[in-house]
Design a protein around this ligand. Sequence first.
Ligand code: TMP
Length: 189
Amino acid sequence: MFIVFEGIDGTGKSTQVNLLADALRQQGREVVTSKEPTDGPHGTRLRQSADTGRLSPQEELDLFHLDRKEHIASLIKPSLERGAVVILDRYFFSTMAYQGVRGFDPLEIRRINEEFAPLPDHVFILELDLDTALDRIGVRDGEANQFEQRDSLQKCHEVFAALDDDFIHRVDAGQTPEKVHEGVLSHLS
Ligand code: TMP
């Protein structure tokens, strides 16, 4: 089973990844958790660029794709093949949203990714109003970085809101982490 958490910054994705991983491990399943961008060379370069100066839109898009290809080959595919549950904090829906903001067509980004990236069984979109998300980012980081500007997040939210597939589930991330987790479990059962 392949599960992905998506949503704008500040929605609590990493908390939900951990809560779900714990719950599934308690059921005796092997669970692998990971995130994108990864801690590999391409992901590290992308993270650094948020502070040291943003890359061109094309360079950034290429690096997210390279990072994902490595992630799939080194971790996602082997884990799924041996029967583990894989839970990710962000995947190509984030590329549709964030690089969509930088001028690329989100549907074209999706088409490119579907050529090499396995489709998840479940994608949870954590939904939160923008002001609460910005408050949470402020509390977390002290200062919002340049990926996290209000207009950009609003546009990202719109791309996530437009996703409409059987495997997409929307959860209200304004609730307590425990309530959000219950919502996630109810979709899985
Ligand atoms: P995070 O570790 O807080 O989730 O931050 C990663 C940032 O990278 C976040 O602002 C979203 C951005 N991002 C993209 O722009 N494109 C992508 O494909 C992914 C996975 C993340």
